[in-house]
Every structure is written in structure tokens, then in C-alpha cells.
Design a protein around this ligand. Structure first.
Ligand SMILES: *[C@@H]1O[C@H](CO)[C@@H](O)[C@H](O)[C@H]1NC(C)=O
Ligand SMILES: *[C@@H]1O[C@H](CO)[C@@H](O)[C@H](O)[C@H]1NC(C)=O
Ligand SMILES: *[C@@H]1O[C@H](CO)[C@@H](O)[C@H](O)[C@H]1NC(C)=O
Length: 391
């Protein structure tokens, strides 16, 4: 009975969670025959719309997200203009009136600090990600797995901290719903993309150094980013991490998101993470400013042009490592995963294990109740049958 109830629930949940898949393709530097710069176009086509992601290291690493109402909308790049000092207008979507919504995320800085005294942070010189030199992403592109990786080191590294190390942004695009296998096993939806931020082999500049990644989002007029936190129930998939954070773009007077970044409050100190490799991660407050933030990458100036002046920038810091600051010191590896997408972020559904446990937990009293009433009925019948002959 428990199994049947579990299956019924599972079917119900599966039906509720069914989403149309998308056809996803990746293209490197479309229309440009050089690998001196990196621009990755990820196109996710649905039956009635398409999503465009433009990942780039022209300037600080960034991603532009454009939602269009046409399955045939195309990305156009005027490369001469994009690589010129005035890139505004060099990137657009054809037809332009198919664009429904656009937003962008820029990974601006990596801070490193150690705790000199309790509650006193000692900062080392900041790594400005717009001053990194990035390898060609072309040879990391996997059109089947829909993955690509941007890897870079500071253009100048006087201290030699990057002698054996690098930063990487690993992108995975998804055609359908599911869940990534490695921890934190983030859920994804069709057309969403996961970004893994990796610090590998970089020598820490202090004992117990911690890292803090700064990112900024750009929103069109009206929409605003909000940081939302909620509790997670899927302990089975991300053991002991119970907080899901989501940086959502929301229209005024509404909390149904236009786009999102979603992550679990955990980073990991291993390329094949286990629960014990967990490194706590916490988000600072959101700092909102209007107008073009300094350091806006050329790719974003190319797409947004003059409308940047009226957009809203939100800046967020994500800090890795609390008391367990020594984890990076020992492992020299840090990986943080975040999902990006349009619309609603995926939500936990009950896992099959949780469902069976619930079904058993609910089913046992029910079964006992039923068994009880059966016995009662039998007893009554017997009483009646005993009674009848006398009657
Ligand atoms: C690209 O931009 C340059 C500089 O603005 C312009 O001269 C050229 O005509 C553009 N090319 C196309 C194909 O639009
Ligand atoms: C880089 O690796 C070499 C060889 O393993 C080691 O001797 C050197 O100290 C390392 N440098 C840094 C900055 O970690
Ligand atoms: C992010 O952290 C840096 C370094 O601690 C700090 O200077 C900056 O004000 C922080 N920004 C936000 C938005 O919290």
C-alpha cells in the first residue's frame, strides 16, 4: 500500500513538474575567425520562444541573458564595432522587437582576506577580474555535454600566487529539467544554465585566507533584484545544507521573478565533492545603485547602449568559508555552483526517498486503522453470527 501511494504521489509530482524541453546549441565567437577574445552564444529554443545567453571575457567575465518571443530570433554581432572603443550597438537581437526581457550578470572582483583578530578582516590586494587574461574557451567547448570553461590568471601576478593556479567559470546549459550529479546537486529547468566558479591551485596570501566574490547584475528600468532565502527540504541531495538563496529580478509590486541566480549555501573544497568537503558560503547585503556602474564590460555596453544610464545595478558579495577558513588552505580548491535562468527558479519537490518515507509514515497508521476496523467488523460479524442463531 505504501509503495502504491508513493507511486501515485510521484506521478502527480512528475506531472506537475513536467516542463517542455528546449533545443540548446552553443557557438563560439559567431562570425569571427579569431580566438583572441571569448564570446560564447548559448541559444535555448522552445516551441514559441528562445533564450539567448552571451558569456564573455571581453572585460570582466559576464553573461547577458535575453528572452525573446520568437523561436527564430538570432544574435547579431558587429565585431569591428564590438572591439572598438565605442561598442554601443555592436550586439543586438534580430528581429529587435522580439525581445521580451534582458538582464546581465558581471563577475567583478575576487577579494581575499584573513581574520587578523576576531571580527577584524585583513584584506590583501583585490583581484580585479577585468584585468585577467583568459584562455581561449574554444577548445573546452563540448557541443554534446553543452559545457564550456573560461579559465584565466591575472595579467600581472607579481606575488606569484597564480603560478600553479587559475580561476575558472564552467558553464553547463540544460535542455530539460533535472539535477546535477556532483554536490551541491542543484536542480535545473529547461533553458537554464549552471555556472561553477572555481579557484584551483591559487596560493593563499595568508594562513586561513578566505575568498569573497563580488558580482553585479544589471536590470532594465522597473525591475529590481531581491535576495530571497528559503529553507531546503532535499537533505538527500545536498546533505546538511538547508538554505537556498536566490537573487531574483522582480517586476514592481510582484514577487514572481523575471530571472534568477539560485544557489545553495555551500561551496566545496574538492573537484569531486563529498559532504565533508563543504565550505560554508554566505551572501552579504545587496547594494543597489542606478546608472552605469564603472567597469561595465564592453559586451554589455554593446548590447544595452544608452539604456544603461537608466538601468539598475545591484552588487552582491558572496563569501566562502566561515570558521572552516582552513579548508582552502589545505585543499587549494574551491568550487561554488549557481544556476541562472529566466522565470521561476526550480523548487524542491519531494524526492522519491522522502515520498516513500512519508508514504510509509502516513501509511502505517492508515493500515493499522484499516486493519483495526476490519478486525472490529469481523468481531462484530462474529458477534452477530453468534447472536443470530439465538435470535
Ligand atoms: C559595423 O560597425 C562599423 C563601425 O560602427 C560600421 O562602419 C559597419 O558598417 C558595421 N558593419 C555592419 C555589417 O553593420
Ligand atoms: C608551484 O608548484 C611547484 C612544484 O610543485 C612548487 O615548488 C611551488 O612552490 C608552487 N608555487 C606556488 C606559488 O604554490
Ligand atoms: C563587498 O566586499 C568588499 C570587501 O569587503 C567591500 O568593500 C564592498 O563594500 C562589499 N560590497 C557589498 C555590496 O557588500
Amino acid at each position: 500500500m505504501a509503495a502504491a501511494a508513493g507511486l501515485a504521489l510521484l506521478a502527480l509530482l512528475a506531472a506537475a513538474g513536467a516542463e517542455r524541453s528546449r533545443k540548446v546549441s552553443m557557438e563560439y565567437n559567431p562570425g569571427w575567425n579569431s580566438s583572441s577574445v571569448n564570446l560564447l552564444h548559448v541559444r535555448a529554443v522552445g516551441p514559441e520562444d528562445s533564450l539567448h545567453y552571451v558569456w564573455s571575457s571581453i572585460g570582466a567575465p559576464s553573461v547577458l541573458l535575453v528572452a525573446t518571443r520568437s523561436p527564430n530570433s538570432a544574435l547579431r554581432v558587429n565585431w569591428t564595432q564590438l572591439l572598438s572603443p565605442s561598442p554601443a550597438g555592436a550586439i543586438w537581437i534580430d528581429p529587435p522587437d522580439s525581445v521580451l526581457y534582458s538582464t546581465a550578470v558581471v563577475f567583478t572582483k575576487l577579494f581575499e582576506f584573513s581574520e587578523a583578530k576576531p571580527s577584524e578582516e585583513l584584506f590583501y590586494p583585490t583581484y580585479d577580474l577585468s584585468e585577467f587574461s583568459w584562455d581561449s574557451l574554444n577548445h573546452t567547448l563540448n557541443h554534446t555535454a553543452l559545457t564550456a570553461e573560461l579559465r584565466g590568471v591575472p595579467a600581472t601576478d607579481p606575488g606569484g600566487a597564480f603560478a600553479n593556479g587559475s580561476l575558472a567559470f564552467r558553464v553547463t546549459a540544460y535542455e530539460s529539467s533535472g539535477r546535477a550529479v556532483p554536490l551541491p546537486s542543484l536542480q535545473h529547468t529547461p533553458g537554464s544554465s549552471q555556472l561553477q566558479f572555481i579557484v584551483a591551485g591559487v596560493a593563499p596570501r595568508g594562513s586561513g585566507s578566505r575568498f569573497r566574490l563580488q558580482l553585479a547584475t544589471l536590470e532594465p528600468p522597473g525591475a529590481a533584484r531581491h535576495l530571497r532565502a528559503r529553507s531546503s527540504i532535499d537533505d538527500e541531495y545536498t546533505p546538511s545544507v538547508f538554505q537556498v538563496l536566490s537573487l531574483q529580478a522582480e517586476p514592481p509590486n510582484s514577487s514572481s521573478p523575471l530571472s534568477f541566480l539560485q544557489w545553495k549555501a555551500a561551496a566545496y573544497g574538492s573537484p569531486s565533492p563529498r559532504r565533508e568537503d563543504g565550505i560554508g558560503c554566505r551572501a552579504g547585503g545587496l547594494h543597489v545603485a542606478s546608472g552605469t556602474p564603472p567597469g561595465t564590460p564592453p559586451v554589455l555596453r554593446a548590447f544595452f547602449g544608452d539604456s544603461l544610464a537608466t538601468s539598475t545595478a545591484s552588487v552582491l558579495n558572496v563569501t566562502f568559508g566561515g570558521e572552516e577558513g582552513h579548508v582552502y588552505q589545505e585543499r587549494r580548491y574551491l568550487s561554488w555552483s549557481v544556476l541562472l535562468g529566466f522565470g521561476e527558479p526550480p523548487r524542491d519537490t519531494f524526492s522519491p526517498l522522502v515520498i516513500s518515507i512519508t508514504a510509509v509514515a502516513l501509511g502505517t497508521p492508515l493500515a493499522m486503522l484499516l486493519l483495526g476496523s476490519c478486525l472490529l467488523l469481523l468481531a462484530q460479524r462474529r458477534r452477530y453470527s453468534e447472536y443470530e442463531p439465538i435470535n
